[in-house]
Structure formats: C-alpha cells, structure tokens
Design a protein around this ligand. Structure first.
Ligand SMILES: CC(=O)SCCNC(=O)CCNC(=O)[C@H](O)C(C)(C)COP(=O)(O)OP(=O)(O)OC[C@H]1O[C@@H](n2cnc3c(N)ncnc32)[C@H](O)[C@@H]1OP(=O)(O)O
Ligand SMILES: CC(=O)C(=O)O
Ligand SMILES: [Mg+2]
Length: 365
C-alpha cells in the first residue's frame, strides 16, 4: 500500500459512482489462461466451443497480434464477448480476460475506452503488459474507475500485471500492492530476457547451456561428469510467488513457446505449480490439457493430504504417519491442497469424481 494513502482511502472508489474496490481477490480456478487472437477468424471460430472446458479465455490484443490487426482484434473481442454465452462474469465457469496493449503504445487507451463500456460487465481481468512499477497500476486503476462509473458497472474489473522488465522485477512487491484490484502476476520470459539482455532466443523454458557440472573425479580426468540443467526462471518465479502471497493475489507461469515439446512444457508448468503458482498460459489448444493436469493436485496428493487432516484431529500436536512426522505446519500444507481440490472439484466434474472416490484410512501409526 502506498504510504501516502490511509488504509481507508485504499478501499474507496477512485471515481464517483465506480464500484467499491475488492478487499479479497476470489480464488477462481485459473489453471490455464488460454490465449487467442480475436482478429484471427480460425481461432475466433473455436472460442465458443472451448467455453466450459478451459478456466480462462483471454482475448490477446498485444504482442502476437499484427499492428494492422489491432483494431480488428479489439472489435473481434467485443463481438465474441457479446455473443458467447457462459463466457465471463462472476458466475461463469470460463472467465473472460484480455491482454491490452502496453501503456506506451498507440493502442492501449483505445483498448480500455472501447472494451470497458462495451463488455466491462463480462470482463473479469485485464492483463497489463510490461508493467514497470506502481505508477503503471495507479494509472490503469484510476482510468478503470472512471470508465466503470461512466458505464454504470457494479463490479470492479481486476488487474493482472505481466512481469517482463528488469525494473518490473525490481519493483514486484510495490506492483502487487499498488491497487486492491490487483489479481495476480504472470512471468513474461521473452520480453524479460530481452530487457535483461539475457543471451537466449526462446519463449520460456530452460536452456541447455545454463547448467552445473559435476566435479571431476579425482585422478580420472576422462571420467564422465554429469551435467544438471538449471532453471533460468527460478529466481523470478520465486520472487513473484512471495510478492503475490504477501499481497493475497495469485502468481502464474507464462508462455511456453515450444508448442511441440509437450514433455518440457509439463515439467516447466509443474515446477511453477510446486513453487506456488496457481496456473499458467496456454498458447495452443494442446497446452490446455497439460495445464489442467499439472495445476490440479493429483489423487495421490489429495489422498495423503486427507489422511494427514484426519490423523491430526484438532490440528495441533505431532503424529507419525507412514514413518513420517506430521504436525501443525505439514497440516497447513495439506489444507492448501485440500482447499484447492475442493475449488477445482466444484467446476470440474471429472476431477470431482476422482477426488470423491478417495477412501482414507485415518489411523496414525
Ligand atoms: C511472448 C508472448 O507474448 S506469448 C503470448 C502471445 N502469443 C500468442 O498468443 C500465440 C497464440 N497462439 C498462436 O498464435 C498459434 O497457436 C501458433 C502461431 C503458435 C500456432 O498456430 P498454428 O500453426 O495455426 O497451429 P496448428 O496448425 O497446430 O493449429 C491447429 C488448429 O488450432 C487452431 N489454433 C491454434 N492456436 C489456437 C489458439 N491459441 N486458440 C484457438 N485455436 C487455435 C488453429 O487455428 C488451427 O485451426 P484449424 O484446425 O481450423 O486449422
Ligand atoms: C509473456 C510475454 O509477454 C513475454 O514473455 O514477453
Ligand atoms: Mg511480452
């Protein structure tokens, strides 16, 4: 929270007649944020049939949309949002997000002033790219309040920042706390790599040159030395997770550009899930199933978590389960998993069936 504002001011609307800012950001399932270009007719035609099978559909207006198609993408998104049932709004199974153009581009202002009056009642989250600091969020926050008031909206649109500049990473905590509208952060590995002058040419994922090599074996100079590829994004994701958790908002991985490499994609997503991310981006329809699988706790994990919950009784003290010590802190980890499973089961009948079929032996040993 900026020090110049009192806590009470922080939750006052920034324009007369704008909806009250949220005090909590709802934990809506958002395992896959599926990107589509609304100006691409083939992609746009697929969107209605994807509603219900993906947690978030995001109409992308920024990078990957050709400059000549910016207006067509914006108008295409208005059409899709207006004509597609079950997409966007507080009760929809599939949320509707958009990624607007960067704030210094010729299109960002028109993106916001066109979309909020036209489809603001359906838009759940606006993703803002290349956020550098709290000042970018303050600008969007005030403008959205003015537009919401003018449009008579009764629900604030949430804001999501992409972390894709070195300055953005340096300011990650203040970005997360810049507005009560802040919903979350995504990693932007491609722009971030360029901005940092990293010597990579990929969109997310690892790099074979970024490694640690096993020490040489004594007196065997020719012996094989194993190499261990390291994760280029570990530092940034860990910072995002801490900043988001501090502010009660949600961290996401971002794009994995090697669409053909579904194995490495799954690995990268799983690392993010284990570190605390709640979801990721999907650039191609085949990445949706990978994201849904990785960001849903496994039946094995939920079975174990429920056993710990049962064994821990009132939640205090220490017990032994399968030879391992469980106590208040391991219980808290298990409750994170169990709560996530309940949220996902509420919207995913197949997962619900799997989680409901779990039967537990609650005996501690
Ligand atoms: C660094 C960043 O900013 S990342 C975020 C910005 N980038 C994006 O949003 C990229 C989004 N995705 C895409 O543009 C495309 O998926 C590409 C360019 C990666 C691949 O596209 P294609 O070569 O057409 O893939 P492919 O041939 O496998 O597509 C199969 C079908 O799925 C459709 N399709 C591909 N991607 C998508 C999508 N994201 N959403 C919906 N449908 C899609 C194609 O139109 C094609 O339809 P068809 O069967 O009717 O012909
Ligand atoms: C996600 C994104 O925009 C980037 O990697 O640059
Ligand atoms: Mg980018």
């Amino acid at each position: 929270m900026p020090s110049s504002k009192s806590p009470k001011d922080f939750f006052r609307p920034l324009a007369v007649g704008a909806p009250t800012p949220p005090t909590e950001i709802p934990a809506r399932p958002s395992r896959a944020i599926h990107f589509f270009d609304p100006s691409n007719e083939k992609m746009a035609a697929k969107i209605p049939q994807m509603v219900g099978s993906v947690d978030v559909l995001l109409g992308n207006l920024e990078d990957a949309v050709k400059a000549d198609n910016k207006e067509a993408a914006r108008e295409g998104l208005v059409t899709i949002a207006s004509e597609t049932d079950g997409l966007g709004g507080p009760d929809a199974k599939t949320q509707l997000w958009t990624r607007v153009n960067s704030l210094d581009s010729p299109w960002a202002l028109d993106d916001l002033t066109r979309l909020v009056p036209a489809i603001g009642h359906k838009l759940d989250v606006i993703m803002v790219p290349k956020v550098q600091g709290a000042e970018d969020i303050h600008y969007v926050d005030r403008l959205l309040a003015q537009l919401e008031a003018k449009a008579g909206l009764d629900r604030p649109i949430l804001v999501h920042a992409i972390l894709e500049t070195a300055r953005g990473v340096a300011n990650v905590e203040e970005i997360c706390g810049a507005s009560p509208r802040m919903q979350g952060l995504s990693l932007g590995p491609a722009d971030l790599a360029a901005d940092r002058r990293m010597k990579t040419t990929r969109v997310g994922g690892g790099h074979p040159g970024y490694l640690v090599r096993q020490d040489p074996v004594a007196e065997q100079p020719d012996a094989h030395r194993a190499i261990f590829q390291q994760d280029l994004w570990h530092y940034t994701i860990a910072r995002m997770v801490d900043a988001c958790a501090t502010h009660g908002i949600y961290p996401y991985y971002g794009p994995f550009g090697d669409i053909a490499d579904v194995v490495a994609c799954e690995d990268q997503f799983r690392n993010a899930f284990l570190l605390g991310c709640v979801g990721t981006w999907s650039l191609h329809p085949k990445q949706i199933a990978i994201a849904n699988k990785v960001f849903s706790p496994s039946v094995e994990d939920i079975t174990h978590a429920r056993r710990v919950v049962a064994a821990m009784g009132d939640g205090t003290g220490a017990v032994m389960l399968d030879g391992k010590m469980e106590d208040d802190a391991s219980l808290k980890q298990c409750l994170v998993m169990v709560e996530l499973a309940e949220q996902l089961a509420a919207i995913d009948p197949e997962l619900k069936k799997q989680y409901d079929a779990i039967s537990i032996d609650s005996e501690a040993n």
